[in-house]
Design a protein around this ligand. Structure first.
Ligand SMILES: Nc1nc2c(c(=O)[nH]1)N[C@H]1C(S)=C(S)[C@@H](COP(=O)(O)OP(=O)(O)OC[C@H]3O[C@@H](n4cnc5c(=O)[nH]c(N)nc54)[C@H](O)[C@@H]3O)O[C@H]1N2
Ligand SMILES: Nc1nc2c(c(=O)[nH]1)N[C@H]1C(S)=C(S)[C@@H](COP(=O)(O)OP(=O)(O)OC[C@H]3O[C@@H](n4cnc5c(=O)[nH]c(N)nc54)[C@H](O)[C@@H]3O)O[C@H]1N2
Ligand code: SF4
Ligand SMILES: [Mo]
Length: 891
């Protein structure tokens, strides 16, 4: 603990499924600092750029701090009564299936448990689904088909032990940075090979031994080809297959028919036969192989088949749950796993019990003393919003997710939210979804609440509170419990703390569980309050009287009826939507390094916005040329579901015919750039997961007349523009504006944007000839309050100096005032350029300069500037800059 810090609390990062341990220090003055917890087994003290910036997301400026009814402040009493009464009345009039909860893999297990219990045991409907439907559902379905239970066999140690790591549809370097670091370390240490299977070139593929940039959606073909190859070359573990599995012959036969020869695989996947051969040979001959997969596999109309195609190859070689040899579905959200454990998906019941086992469902009913136990599955996310749209579901509670942005066909989802008779939303800030709330419930945020989360390797860790509850915010478990009490279920929801809920959850997992379900926390069902406070990270299973479980399924016994794993015969199928002649490109969507989903928290941190400050669509050079655009052109991306606007980045990392749009920009950060507006709602028949990675689009340039930059402290939503987006910067926001009219008219619009309450404090400059306009408003102390620049397209001056004035917040000198209007600093300033390394705030120009001075490798740049030496997610970008410099030097 450093000086001035009163205390340091052990907690867990609220972002990705790596589940890194965090030490949050609270100083005597209340300020918070975070560092990686050296004792947490998931990260051993390391954090990525997002985790390291957590302290900067804790400000209260944007928070919702009081309940609201009809957008007016209300008491908790009234808000909770309103929710409970509306739900009760709706159920009385229209039945239990007329209500629904849409929750989140970012809730804590205890929050999730009570929400699931209320809906399934007491309301008597299974209409509780979660954003995990958009995330992990195909893996859940694939695991259940193959293993009989939703089990991730591997543990992180397997990355240290593997000789081959295959990453399928996983941009680990950006999305699970601390795990990627571990894989890279294994590669450096012991030559572990890394194969990346992703249509795009990514930061992950930049550091691998083989990148298979396959045609999107052809993973089943590739893995069927692999299974056929394993059979042909005698690499199948016949003993394992005979003793521990069923269905091999059918799966192998279909694979052989589907992928009869390498040439066929090469053709369908659009890969070179030599590359496929190399991958197949490595897989066949490397016992210690871990196959990691995430959204490039799950988010597909054939996601479950993709999962099983992969699992088939691991079963055929007996590589399941063994040290360094396992399939490994890495989870996205911090508690995606916890949600699955409580049964928070509409097609699960509770504690890894499904609806297919009536006796187990009876036991849940007895355990809960449930008056109206539901017996069949409820509505999955996409169908749930359809049912809301149709008026079948009339009352909805949304908790911890932002479906107006993150659901596919988001326009229709917004329409459904608008039409729904009653929408309650629990969130920590205002979002595009809270805009539809009849009742808004202020939830407690990370650092203000207690509970547990489960990471990708089945390890349960505590999130601990280290801040007081601000305003009237309350934890989610409390909100649900209070609603339940008001609906007449006070006895079953008499919890006074998350510890009580955790004990019940642990007890349920062990209740009448004779070992048929591996998910078992029985050893913890008597955990006292002090023990809960003190809970150390542990793996489940944690069966009573047994020592803790690390890897599972390694003994070849599976929780199926006969104790054997099942091969699933799968065949390659086309995308849900065939190519459309008028929409010749395929749009893929996904994540950026420094943003978390809809940016409600990472978007508050200037440093995290600096690497990618505006929404950009990636295009291959040939497609950009065909469309007639170059870097930074504004385009419209149109699918049959809607359209968005973004700037272009031309890059060789895209395959021709394919484009990539980040999923992050909500209506709070851009006029219309949410990927959900164009994404495809078609779902996988087994998992109900939508095909978020594949939709036909047309991309066309927008006609623009001027561009503007507005730097301000005010939270604005400009109108009348073709496009705008904004980035959080020190001291306020930087808005990038694009207008369709002439610069002259741009000036009129821009002038209106500047807050000119006090005209004396406004400085203006217009040059009609060049179409340039600049204005700045100073506040009473002569500090820059806002500035706007307008210019013909691509003529705007650099913003760095103006941004530094806003950040400094100091009264301007006379020289600075005069310089303001030239848009250039009085003394030339070194511009560090776009931030590349967020951990150490190192910019592109600094890296280029260091490279020019002789630092010609990622390691040398690390030595010179520290860039890339913490989480390492920026290494691919550093390499690009170094390579670029090398090319220039050679020219
Ligand atoms: N920085 C950051 N990290 C995050 C998150 C975040 O928002 N930001 N979110 C977290 C969450 S919830 C999740 S679910 C994970 C997601 O983590 P990832 O799954 O790694 O992330 P994505 O970018 O969604 O998609 C991964 C890759 O799938 C590829 N892909 C697309 N189509 C196909 C295909 O047909 N086949 C194959 N093989 N690949 C394809 C895409 O090109 C993309 O590079 O990240 C977690 N971590
Ligand atoms: N096109 C496209 N769409 C996608 C994806 C994609 O790759 N492409 N990926 C999908 C995936 S994998 C995922 S996981 C989803 C994520 O999508 P969402 O879940 O919609 O995204 P978030 O921004 O994480 O939303 C979490 C919300 O919870 C709020 N919140 C934070 N902490 C708390 C809390 O303690 N309590 C409560 N009540 N609220 C809190 C946040 O402010 C935020 O509004 O997006 C999916 N959508
Ligand atoms: S890798 Fe980064 S985002 Fe994920 S848990 Fe660790 S610090 Fe948080
Ligand atoms: Mo996710």
């Amino acid at each position: 603990m450093s000086d001035g810090q009163a205390r340091e609390v052990r907690t867990t990062c609220p972002y990705c499924g790596v589940g890194c341990g965090v030490l949050a220090g609270v100083a005597a003055d209340g300020s918070v600092s975070v560092r990686g917890d050296p004792e947490h087994p998931a990260n051993a003290g390391k954090l990525c750029s997002k985790g390291a910036a957590l302290a900067e997301t804790l400000g209260l400026g944007q928070r919702v701090l009081t309940p609201e009814i009809g957008r007016k402040p209300a008491t908790w009493e009234d808000a909770l009564d309103k929710v409970a009464n509306t739900f009760s009345r709706t159920i009385a009039e229209h039945g239990p299936d007329a209500v629904a909860f849409y929750v989140s893999g970012q809730l804590l297990t205890e929050d999730y448990y009570v929400a699931n219990k209320l809906m399934k045991g007491f309301i008597g409907s299974a209409n509780i689904d979660t954003n995990s439907r958009l995330c992990m559902a195909s893996s859940v379905a694939g695991h259940k088909r193959a293993f009989g239970e939703d089990l991730v066999p591997g543990v992180y140690e397997d990355f240290d032990l593997a000789d081959l790591i295959v990453l399928v549809g996983s941009n680990t370097a950006w999305c699970h940075p601390i795990l990627h670091q571990r894989m890279r370390a294994a590669r450096d240490r012991s030559g572990t090979r890394i194969v990346v299977i992703d249509p795009r070139g990514t930061a992950t593929s930049a550091e691998c031994d083989l990148h298979l940039a396959l045609r999107p959606g052809t993973d089943v073909q590739l893995f069927n080809g692999l299974l056929a190859h394993l059979v042909r070359t005698g690499a199948v573990d016949a003993d394992y297959v005979a003793t521990h599995t069923t269905g091999f012959d059918a799966a192998a036969a279909l694979a052989a028919a589907d992928a009869p020869a390498l040439e066929r695989v090469a053709e369908i996947c659009d890969l070179a036969t030599g590359d496929i051969e190399r991958f197949y040979a490595w897989f066949a001959t490397t016992q210690r192989t871990v196959t990691v997969y995430s959204q490039g596999v799950n988010q597909s109309a054939h996601g479950t088949d993709k999962v099983n195609a992969i699992l088939n190859c691991h079963l055929a070689t007996g590589r399941v749950g063994k040290p360094g040899a396992s399939p490994f579905s890495v989870t996205g959200q911090p508690n995606a796993m916890g949600g699955r454990e409580v049964g928070g998906l509409a097609n699960q019941l509770a504690a890894h019990i499904g609806f297919d086992d009536p006796a187990a469902a009876d036991s849940v009913a007895r355990f809960w003393r449930a008056p109206s136990m539901v017996r069949s599955a409820g509505l999955k996310a996409v169908d749930m919003f359809e049912a809301i749209s149709d008026g079948q579901v009339k009352a909805l509670l949304v908790m911890g997710t932002n479906p107006a942005v993150s659901m596919p066909n988001a326009r229709r989802v917004r329409e459904a939210l608008r039409r729904c008779d009653f929408v309650a939303v629990a969130d920590v800030v205002r979002t595009d979804t809270t805009a539809f709330a009849d009742v808004l419930l202020p939830a407690a945020a990370w650092g203000e609440k207690d509970g547990t989360v489960t990471n990708s390797e089945r390890r349960i860790s505590r999130q601990r509170r280290f801040l007081p509850l601000p305003g009237e915010s309350r934890p989610d478990w409390w909100i649900i419990t209070e609603v339940a009490r008001r609906m007449g279920f006070a006895d079953a929801f008499a919890y006074a703390s998350p510890a009580e809920i955790f004990r019940e959850h642990a007890a349920l997992s062990a209740f009448e569980n004779d070992g048929g379900r591996l998910f078992d926390l029985g050893a913890l069902k008597e955990t006292g309050d002090a023990g809960y406070d003190d809970l150390q990270p542990f793996h489940w299973p944690a069966r009573e009287g047994k020592s803790g479980g690390e890897r599972v399924l390694g003994d070849g016994r599976f929780p199926t009826a006969g104790g054997k794993a099942r091969f699933v015969a799968v065949r390659q199928e086309g995308p849900a939507l065939p190519a459309e002649p008028t929409r010749p490109l395929v749009l893929n969507t996904g994540r950026l390094r420094d943003q978390w989903h809809t940016m409600t928290r990472t978007g508050l941190v200037p440093l995290l916005m600096a690497n990618a400050p505006e929404p950009v669509v990636d295009l291959a050079p040939a497609d950009a040329a065909a469309i007639g655009v170059t870097d930074d052109a504004l385009v419209s991306v149109d699918s049959r579901f809607g359209n968005v606007r973004a700037k272009v980045r031309v890059t060789r990392t895209q395959r021709p015919g394919e484009a990539f749009l980040p999923m992050h920009w909500s209506g709070r950060f851009a006029a219309r750039a949410a990927a959900g507006l164009v994404s495809n709602p078609a779902t996988d028949p087994h998992s109900g997961q939508p095909e978020l990675k594949h939709v036909p689009v047309r991309i066309v340039p927008e006609t623009i007349g001027w561009e503007g930059l507005l730097i301000t402290r005010r939270d604005l939503r400009p109108t009348g523009l073709v496009h705008w987006s904004r980035a959080t910067v020190d001291g306020g926001w930087a808005y990038r504006l694009t207008g369709g009219e002439t610069p002259d008219q741009g000036v009129l619009l821009a002038r209106g944007l500047v807050d000119a309450a006090d005209r004396n404090r406004l400085i203006e400059y217009t040059d009609r000839k060049s179409g340039t306009f600049r204005a700045a408003a100073l506040d009473r102390d002569g500090v820059l309050a806002e500035a706007v620049l307008v210019a013909a397209p691509r003529q705007l001056p650099e913003a760095a100096w103006l941004l530094s004035l806003l950040a400094a917040g100091e009264p301007l000198s006379d020289i600075e005032r005069r310089a303001l209007l030239s848009g250039r600093p009085p003394v030339p300033q070194p511009d560090i350029g776009r931030i590349v390394c967020s951990c150490f705030a190192i910019g592109e120009s600094q890296i280029a300069a260091a490279a020019a001075a002789g630092a010609m490798s990622v390691a040398a740049i690390g030595k010179a500037l520290q860039a890339g030496t913490n989480c390492g997610s920026c290494r691919a970008e550093i390499r690009e800059i170094v390579d670029e410099n090398r090319l220039q030097a050679a020219e």
